[in-house]
Design a protein around this ligand. Structure first.
Ligand SMILES: C[S@@+](CC[C@H](N)C(=O)[O-])C[C@H]1O[C@@H](n2cnc3c(N)ncnc32)[C@H](O)[C@@H]1O
Length: 276
């Protein structure tokens, strides 16, 4: 039974994808985390909140930069994602990251607490993005920074559109004017800018970067779909139908594989503002 509650849906799907989330095909997550931390350039000793930390791409990159005097707090709704991060923390002997299961939209921290709050590819899952961002601003110190990353409209195209059209033919989604993808709710630079500005942030900067690369072939595209939020849709198909869907979809994707492999567009917006 597929739950309709967005919060429950997020918990359920990310608990299931956690084991495969660090798959090589999805290496844009750590690439992006490195870029985000480089842009933010937090000083040693910074107290930083990583909202929707997942398996910790940003938390791990930030922990290295802020050093032993700094502290990263990583929060997420999906326990299995945090468990993967906890394994890495223990494996690498990291001492400056703390983890909590917590909703990005209801933070259990006092106001003006963090020097910086960041969220990579998580804000578009919030039913009310403005309210969630308001919470992040509340817990940020004056002159502290709030930053998030989102996908641009070109990200994952043309493969994602082919995937969604085929899902529609199978009756899993319906494609109206707006794509049913969570990420497409915040794919425009202007929208990112307005969101930051309406939250009362200043010195706003929204920069777009292409973080794409070539996948080996169409099977790695399936790894992207299966190990991320899109898996929830695939699993709505009963296993025998799912196999037919996969075969048909990968056949159409194979025609896009060139000499270098299959280009994975990862157009990414980096949005940053400062609390007055
Ligand atoms: C696409 S992953 C990104 C993870 C990580 N930031 C990264 O860049 O690899 C999205 C994450 O957002 C989390 N998430 C979604 N809605 C959330 C919410 N309301 N509160 C906390 N975490 C949430 C999911 O559980 C998932 O781990």
């Amino acid at each position: 039974m597929i739950t309709q509650d967005p919060r429950e849906r997020v918990i359920s799907v990310f608990n299931r994808v956690a084991a495969g989330y660090d798959d090589a095909a999805l290496r844009f997550f750590p690439f992006c985390a490195d870029c985000l931390v480089a842009r933010l350039n937090p000083a040693p000793g910074t107290k930083l909140l990583d909202v929707a930390t997942g398996t910790g791409a940003v938390a791990l990159a930030a922990a290295q930069v802020i050093g032993a005097q700094g502290r990263v707090m990583g929060i997420d709704l999906a326990q299995a994602m945090l468990d993967r991060l906890q394994e890495k923390i223990e494996k690498f002997g990291i001492h400056n990251i703390d983890l909590h299961v917590m909703d990005a939209a209801a933070l259990d921290f006092r106001r003006d607490y963090f020097d910086a709050v960041v969220c990579s590819f998580g804000i578009f899952f919030l039913p009310d993005m403005a309210a969630g961002l308001g919470e992040w601003v509340r817990v940020t110190k004056p002159r502290g920074r709030v930053a998030f990353t989102v996908f641009g409209r070109r990200a994952f195209q043309p493969m994602m559109e082919l995937f969604l059209k085929r899902l529609e033919r199978y009756g899993v989604v319906s494609l109206g004017a707006n794509l049913p993808l969570a990420a497409s709710r915040l794919a425009d630079v202007g929208h990112c800018r307005d969101l930051l500005s309406n939250a009362g942030l200043q010195q706003i900067e929204v920069v777009t970067e292409q973080l794409g690369y070539h996948l080996k072939d169409e099977t790695q595209w399936w790894d992207v779909l299966w190990n991320s939020g899109t898996r929830g849709w695939i699993e709505q198909l009963p296993p025998p139908e799912r196999e037919v869907f996969k075969t048909e979809h990968l056949l159409e994707i194979r025609s896009l594989v060139a000499e270098d492999g299959l280009w994975l567009d990862v157009e990414t917006h980096f949005a940053i503002g400062t609390k007055p």
